[in-house]
Design a protein around this ligand. Structure first.
Ligand code: UGY
Ligand code: MN
Length: 274
């Protein structure tokens, strides 16, 4: 079936893999999957066609298939020029961050006038579960995608909206005792049942709080390198690495190297622990 043909072109993540780890010993990888977290480095990613997407290939990083389940999905999609995306599964919201390339997103039949979105590198977009849309790549685009079945129970009449913006122009937020720079890309209101954080650390900076919390995370390290603590394990990490954190897994990051570490993460929010 044509829709399941893999994309042409070198996946973004395998460009990282060439430098980071494909040159290492055969069979060696920093990737690890444990009961309550996974670290998936670029050399371990497996791309496949995805139903309803044309020309595209996706690497699933987080999904309900994780041994202890996951409340959301995270994947990286490679969509060559002219390729199209399927919408999120029925009842699911979708957040995308463009890692490179350009794409247009149109909501169905003008139902949400003015809500059409163009994505290019570092532009993000959010599509609520009730707003169907189509997507076409103008140039080869690489997308980080988060999807979650929408829990509207607490939202009342406050409906989530189609949103988009640029990471860099999204405002910096107060971080209390912490030192990293923090952006939250979605509104902190009951209409939204998760948020997406972007966090920047200069080399030598680290999380003051050795976090343990009920919320799940799906993280992509966009730039830099450092040490990620997951449970009792300390992992060297570098740009391109992805991490899933299950509820209550101890977590901590220390930035090393010479470049700013920037990571993006999914965090369920605005609901009681379920
Ligand atoms: O908001 C958070 O839970 C975030 N600070 N966690 C993390 O960076 N691992
Ligand atoms: Mn956290």
């Amino acid at each position: 079936c044509a829709a399941l043909e893999p994309a042409s072109g070198l996946p973004w993540s395998q460009e990282h893999a060439t430098a980071a780890s494909l040159a290492g010993p055969p069979g060696g990888t920093r990737s690890v999957v444990s009961r309550d977290y996974s670290l998936i480095t670029p050399d371990s990613r497996v791309y496949t066609g995805a139903p309803g997407w044309s020309k595209a290939s996706v690497a699933h990083i987080v999904s309900p298939a994780f041994p202890t389940g996951a409340a959301f999905a995270m994947f990286i999609a490679e969509v060559p020029a002219g390729g199209t995306c399927a919408p999120a599964p029925a009842g699911h919201s979708r957040f995308v961050l463009s890692l490179r390339g350009e794409a247009t997103w149109k909501t169905a039949s003008g139902e949400y006038p003015g809500a059409d979105v163009n994505t290019k590198k570092d532009v993000y977009a959010f599509f609520p579960a009730h707003a169907p849309y189509t997507c076409e790549a103008k140039t080869h685009t690489t997308l980080l995608v988060y999807e979650k079945r929408y829990d509207g129970d607490k939202a009342g009449d406050d409906m989530p909206q189609v949103l988009s913006g640029e990471v860099e122009t999204s405002p910096l937020l107060d971080v209390g005792v912490e030192v990293f720079k923090l952006r939250k890309l979605l509104p902190q209101t009951l209409a939204y049942d998760f948020n997406v954080h972007v966090m920047d650390f200069y080399p030598g900076e680290y999380l003051k709080v050795r976090e343990i919390h009920h919320n799940q995370h799906g993280l992509l390290l966009l730039t830099g390198e450092g040490i990620y603590r997951l449970g009792n394990d300390f992992h060297p990490v570098s740009a391109g690495d992805c991490i899933y954190m299950a509820p209550y897994v101890p977590q901590w990051y220390g930035a090393l190297g010479t470049n700013t570490s920037r990571y993006i993460l999914y965090k369920d929010a605005n609901r009681e622990p379920a």
